[in-house]
Design a protein around this ligand. Structure first.
Ligand code: F6R
Length: 352
């Protein structure tokens, strides 16, 4: 059941600390900060890596591709429905990773089959033991999030991000103590966001807005895409997410006083340019809500702050996303939506 929560979505958002502890169990060493994933012990560092996924799993794929590139392994994320294994270079040195919570998404299975046909090594990163994706790939890594009932993916996204970060560290052979310590602290940090989030009251102020925009850069870009997807799914309101740099190339035409902008302000690489993006939208009278680990950098220029604890840069998207999950949930709640079963959507999309 829903254990006292009004909706499974809320229950599953609140289960994230436990889901992440499960995902980490036995995979990070207390002794030497090394990372190991038993199920894929025989997988070597690939020459290049391609991720395929849909929706939220595509956003996790984008995050993962950046993690691998930062570790010197060429990596690309594809929408599974757009994957073209015959045209991108794929051979036995290529690892193709199907990121799919359910393991049953038709487009993702089809991309995995193409990759298999082209001779790639394949890996499924999935939540469901025995799923089609787990059976049709050479290797499988489980994210161990536990069953997710709500159509909107929440805890499985967090667990995918953590699992893919472990995968990146393992395959690249880069074990940093600061990263492992940050991973170990992550469940408690998520708990502190869940306990103290102001998402509900801030969201109330903007319940009647025309549209909601989400911007982020670098590791924050995939969170911006995911924040918008979650919001549109459960609230039926228009939402768009894009990298902050794209603002001037079109979306800015829609920005005004009835379009709040959620800005992910984390990480040194993003901060300076993100502050310029914030000024650009404010000049068009848009309210700005910053999701940030450095409130002092933005407090004086934004309307509201959704704070996240400080962590390793590569974990900031996981924390920032929790605040955006709460934004989507509380807005849908306030609008009286059918949160766990949004109209027109299915939990598992088994047609292409
Ligand atoms: C969004 C959502 C969908 C799924 C997508 C892929 O909340 O749930 O976008 O992420 O349908 O599903 P899986 O991961 O099962 O392949």
């Amino acid at each position: 059941g829903k254990s006292g929560y009004d909706h499974y979505m809320c229950k599953e958002i609140n289960e994230q600390p436990r889901a992440i502890r499960n995902c980490l169990r036995g995979r990070i060493s207390e002794i030497d900060a090394s990372v190991s994933i038993d199920e894929i012990g025989d997988l070597a560092r690939p020459e290049r890596i391609q991720f395929v996924g849909c929706g939220t799993s595509y956003h996790a794929s984008r995050y993962a591709a950046r993690l691998f590139r930062r570790r010197g392994i060429p990596a690309t994320a594809f929408y599974a429905s757009e994957y073209d294994a015959g045209a991108v270079p794929v051979n036995e040195e290529t690892l193709v990773v199907g990121v799919t919570q359910s393991g049953e998404t038709a487009d993702t299975l089809s991309a995995i089959r193409d990759a298999n046909r082209c001779g790639a090594e394949t890996l499924a990163v999935t939540n469901v033991v025995g799923s089609s994706a787990s059976r049709e790939t050479d290797h499988v890594m489980y994210i161990r999030a536990g069953p997710e009932i709500s159509v909107a993916a929440t805890k499985t996204f967090a667990s995918q991000q953590v699992a893919l970060l472990l995968l990146a560290s393992t395959l690249a052979g880069d074990y940093s103590r600061s990263l492992v310590e940050a991973l170990r602290a992550l469940p408690d940090q998520i708990q502190s966001i869940l306990d103290g989030s102001r998402a509900s009251e801030i969201t109330d102020v903007y319940a009647r807005s025309d549209a909601y925009f989400f911007i982020g850069r670098g590791y924050g870009a995939s969170v911006a895409l995911e924040g918008a997807l979650k919001l549109k799914e459960v609230t039926y309101k228009h939402a768009e997410g894009f990298p902050g740099g794209e603002l001037k190339h079109g979306p800015l035409a829609l920005v005004g006083d009835r379009t709040p902008v959620f800005a992910i302000v984390t990480g040194e690489s993003a901060t300076g340019k993100m502050l310029s993006n914030i000024k650009e939208v404010e000049a068009r009278d848009a309210p700005v809500i910053a999701v940030t680990d450095s409130p002092s950098a933005v407090e004086s220029i934004v309307d509201h702050v959704l704070r996240i604890p400080e962590t390793h840069e590569q974990l900031t998207p996981i924390l920032a996303n929790v605040q955006l999950q709460l934004v989507a949930y509380w807005l849908a709640h306030r609008l009286g939506r059918s949160i766990d079963k949004p109209r027109n959507l299915a939990k598992s999309v088994t047609v292409e």
